[in-house]
Write a protein that binds this ligand. Sequence first.
Ligand code: NZQ
Ligand code: ZN
Length: 404
Amino acid sequence: MQNFDYQTPTRLIFGEGVVEKLQKVMSAFGKKILLTYGGGSIKKIPAFRNQNSAISNQYSGLSLYDYVRETLKDFEIIELPGIQPNPKYDPSVLEGVRLCKEHKVDVILSVGGGSVLDCSKAIAAGACYDGDPWDLISYKVKAQAALPIVDIITLAATGSEYDCGGVISRTETNDKIGYLDRHLFPAVSFLDPTYTFSVSRKQTAAGIADAMNHTIEQYFVEDATLLNDGFCESMLRSLMANGRKCIENPEDYKARAEMMLACTYGCNGILALGNSESGWPCHSIEHALSAYYDITHGEGLAIITPRWMKHILNERTLPRFVKYGVNVFGIDASLDEWTIANKAIEATYAFFESIGIPMHLREVGIDDSRLDEMAHHIAVNEGLENAYAALTEKDIKEILMASL
Ligand code: NZQ
Ligand code: ZN
């Protein structure tokens, strides 16, 4: 077991109607708020559905956006709307930093999915730095501070609500960088599963695939514990069972709630405490796909994952695949080990396909014209020669080719 030094300072407030506490929570951080959000979904999500309390009755019928504006009417709110999926450095991060500095913002309130929150994290760090915020995101300079962030997460997927990472894209250089810094943990995250009722079938499936892949990335390592393996296997079984229910019935509270919590656990490192490094190869490859082609992150991961698995299956990795196949998919343990491993990879593919994810790069608009360029970009920037199963540029190209 490896040594570690671990702290997650984020307060999670989970359950239906929890935004009742928003005003009280925000008042601990000051009076000036940068309210960040995306393309408008928060103007359609009901703030309260079935509750019967003084606050929910007072604000009944309001959208999440209207509720936030109403309940925080005594605060000074500056808005940054229009943050896109795969959030862009220019204009969103730059504009947010500018607004924070100009208005001397005290706290950022992010309302939306992982993209809005990731962008808010980069803004929070950039607002406390005098130079170009890209210095921080590209690890040229280490952040010394960041504005506090409170979020209301509306999509179960990334786990950004419980981690210290933000993924930012820079279009002109085809960079999509996962920026990690301990200052970027949200101070408080509100998680109301009913807010995810309106997430489309496509985004729900992508969220399931994303959280499953976060778990898989932490499961396929050299040195793991029985404890973490069990945690990861349970995550995967829960995500598949509840994810399927969310697709079938988007308003199944119990399924949405369990999926939301599983997604929250996915990315903050708790699944891998004491394990050796994995290198997160599928994410490294997918980030290039969405940097070059702006595709949906979870779909890219679902396409890459089974091809990566097939590529790294060998005598050394075989026992991991056997354990995965038996404990996650219930494959008969008495079968030959290679049969179990191959069945496990097929089952992974079949699950993603069964929830409606397009399973070929061509289906999401990626042809073979830039595979060499992307493979080179990934090999140079992601350091996958140190991954659990080392990947050279040639390996990456082969995985991309197999994914077409
Ligand atoms: O922009 P709006 O109108 O809000 O619509 C969004 C967007 O179009 C919509 N949406 C969000 N909540 C909704 C909703 N639609 C209806 N009802 C709701 N309740 O969904 C679309 C996608 O939103 P986005 O925030 O992009 O999705 P997600 O949460 O999956 O975030 C993806 C981004 O996170 C990064 C990905 O690379 C990608 O850029 N990641 C962040 C990580 C992290 N911080 O730890 C880790 C991940 O591995 C991932 O890389
Ligand atoms: Zn991810």
